[in-house]
Ligand binder design. Structure first.
Ligand code: HPA
Length: 274
């Protein structure tokens, strides 16, 4: 069996045959937020289905491509269509894209998702900066043999989400008149949305927003020494808080509604980080 490094080398060789871009910022685009990648200049799209050792996404609305391009003066790699654990993949497969980012030299990552709001002061359409995370996958992408050349056996998670990045993003939102929140994000395997009892439990645990992604990616990003900004688009309130029945349609409709604000925030943020 190939080592992670060997797999990464094969994937990178293929990517290099399509683009010579040297991205410094990686962006993972959540449900309904993928159109951000359409605004990149000199964009080269690499379908993930063609990349050796990359798994396929099976969810509707997640097309599966890596888009390399420029934004302002910076070179970006945007991930359109992340791979989810609920599709049946292992957490190391789910986070392979973050390994690719690190192998390409990326040390700054913006990760976005659609999430259910559990904090009752949140409204659907709010953007929440993630301050910290609670891993409810009961699994960890770093489980197994550690490659010390990539990162430490026991990574520190004290600075999971970069405080300076949050302050900068909040300042941008203020200047642009965009309503934002801060909070703790928890995620579980899915694919079921939470029960009413689970929502009440998570609220008591201090969770502000819940989803089914992001946490494994951030663990791998921290292992690889990256600085991370996390943004949740609160697409709905958790089960039992609002009385509507939850559906994937509602999630993508709300994400689409706030897309412009989200893209403005992201564009300004990328412009302003050094
Ligand atoms: N729960 C879990 N994942 C989600 C939700 C939710 O309410 N909304 C969007 N993704």
């Amino acid at each position: 069996m190939n080592t992670l490094q060997e797999n990464l080398s094969d994937s990178i060789r293929f990517i290099r045959s399509k683009t010579l871009s040297n991205p410094t910022v990686g962006i993972i685009l959540g449900s309904g937020l993928g159109s951000f990648a359409d605004g990149l200049e000199e964009a080269v799209s690499v379908p993930t289905s063609q990349i050796p050792n990359y798994v396929r996404s099976t969810v509707e609305g997640h097309s599966g491509e890596l888009v390399f391009g420029r934004l302002g003066g910076k070179e970006i790699m945007a991930v359109k269509g992340r791979v989810h654990y609920y599709e049946g993949y292992s957490l190391s497969q789910v986070t392979y894209v973050v390994r690719l980012m690190a192998a390409l030299g990326i040390r700054k990552m913006v990760v976005t998702n659609a999430a259910g709001g559990l904090n009752t002061s949140f409204k659907p359409g709010d953007l929440m900066f993630i301050t910290s995370q609670i891993n409810l996958f009961f699994d960890n992408p770093l489980r197994g043999v550690n490659d010390d050349s990539i990162g430490p056996r026991f990574p520190d998670m004290e600075s999971d989400y970069d405080r300076e990045y949050i302050l900068l993003a909040e300042q941008i939102a203020l200047n642009r008149g965009i309503r934002t929140q801060r909070g703790v994000y928890a995620a579980h395997s899915g694919p079921t949305y939470e029960t009413r009892a689970e929502v009440r439990m998570l609220q008591r645990m201090g969770v502000d927003a819940v989803g089914m992604s992001t946490i494994p990616e951030v663990i791998v990003a921290k292992h690889g020494g990256m600085r991370v900004l996390g943004i949740s688009c609160i697409t709905n309130l958790g089960t039992g808080i609002s009385h509507e029945k939850l559906s994937h349609d509602e999630v993508t409709t709300t994400a689409n509604r706030v897309k412009t604000q989200f893209e403005t925030l992201l564009r300004d943020f990328i412009d302003m980080i050094d």
